[in-house]
Design a protein around this ligand. Structure first.
Ligand code: TXA
Ligand code: MG
Length: 320
């Protein structure tokens, strides 16, 4: 198990020595290393068992720092960065030579974001280099939203876990590509498409979040899988099909009679989408530890943040 704490000096020193530190962000915890150092970056892939074709997001402290690692910041990207950074938005931009190809899986673009978490922002500001950080989970598993989630799975493989409490947003950043004069959403996440379009003052050019699009190699369909088989559909109906003893339930708002209370979670009893997003991954992890074979769940209303929640549920339901 790794040391968990709030000591920025310990985190800084580990990163400067080329080590790995789990960092809190407003979305999910990241597994961070020096983005300028190839050797450190390769450790991330090793520890996560992540395929080399799945590029990492680079975390910086400001738009000004982002400008130092990319060829240019197009007008659309600048608008979005000014509206939403620090925040759950990753911009894909043309990279310059400062970023090694191991970070971007050989591509000439890089995903960049300024995370909105005081501890990690302070850490990044104290360093001379940006932090490459994917979510701090083994590849294909649900992202961690608390320090102990990281410790349970990767504790023996990281130098330090910086504890920033429970992640406020709870699902990963929205990824928006701003290259070749086009604005394309590559991953739905903590920032809604409506918010992006409002800030741009026009509709995005495309939304390409399907798994078979080569522009986002990490968007494999069988992702965010907590381990148990997940079945999406009408929960009342599915409860009749499976023996009660074998199922857990993850609902949007409701609780179900005749089902042990420890085997069911409502994402937000009052139907608040932000609360639902915040509770999503933690609830899946809890259900994964219960003595159940199947997790019965349902789609949430498919607008705003609900689209990103449904995206994660759908991916989690596809078998690894
Ligand atoms: O909220 C988040 O984004 C979290 C926190 C830690 O910042 N990070 C995160 O990283 O979710 P990860 O590795 O789990 O997902 C990164 C994804 C890749 O799988 C890929 O789909 C996309 O970002 N990505 C990164 N660089 C890209 C690029 N140059 N072009 C297209 N997609 C890229
Ligand atoms: Mg991930």
């Amino acid at each position: 198990m790794a040391e968990i704490g709030k000591d920025l000096e310990v985190a800084k020193e580990a990163l400067e020595k080329g080590g790995l530190v789990a960092i809190p962000t407003e979305t999910v915890y990241g597994l961070a290393a020096n983005a300028f150092d190839e050797e450190s970056v390769l450790k991330i892939f090793e520890v996560k068992d992540r395929p080399s074709f799945d590029p990492l997001i680079v975390h910086v402290s400001s738009l000004a720092f982002a400008a130092k690692i990319v060829e240019e910041i197009p007008e659309s990207a600048e608008k979005l960065a000014k509206a939403f950074w620090p925040g759950p938005l990753t911009l894909v931009l043309k990279k310059n030579e400062s970023i090694p190809l191991s970070v971007t899986s050989g591509m000439d673009t890089v995903g960049v974001r300024v995370p909105n978490h005081p501890i990690s922002l302070a850490l990044i500001k104290s360093l001379d280099f940006p932090l490459a950080a994917p979510s701090a989970n083994p590849f294909g598993y649900t992202s961690p939203t608390q320090a102990f989630h990281v410790n349970n799975q990767l504790g023996s493989k990281v130098n330090y876990i910086l504890d920033g409490g429970n992640c406020k947003v709870g699902i990963e950043s929205t990824i928006v590509s701003c290259v070749d004069n086009k604005v394309v959403v590559l991953r739905l996440g903590g920032l809604t498409v409506e918010e992006i379009e409002n800030a741009l003052g026009r509709p995005v050019d495309d939304i390409q979040t399907s798994s078979d699009k080569p522009t986002a190699p990490g968007m494999l369909s069988a992702h965010y899988n907590p381990g148990k088989k997940i079945i999406i559909g009408n929960i009342d109906h599915n409860l009749k099909k499976f023996p009660r003893a074998r199922v857990g339930v993850l609902s949007f708002k409701r609780t179900f009679k005749n089902l042990n209370i420890t085997k069911q979670f409502a994402l937000s009893p009052k139907g608040d989408m932000q609360e639902a997003a915040k509770n999503l991954f933690g609830s899946l992890r809890k259900l994964d530890t219960r003595a159940v074979e199947f997790i019965l769940t349902e789609e949430v209303p498919n607008d705003g943040l609900g689209r990103a929640i449904n995206d994660r549920l759908l991916r989690a339901s596809q078998k690894k």
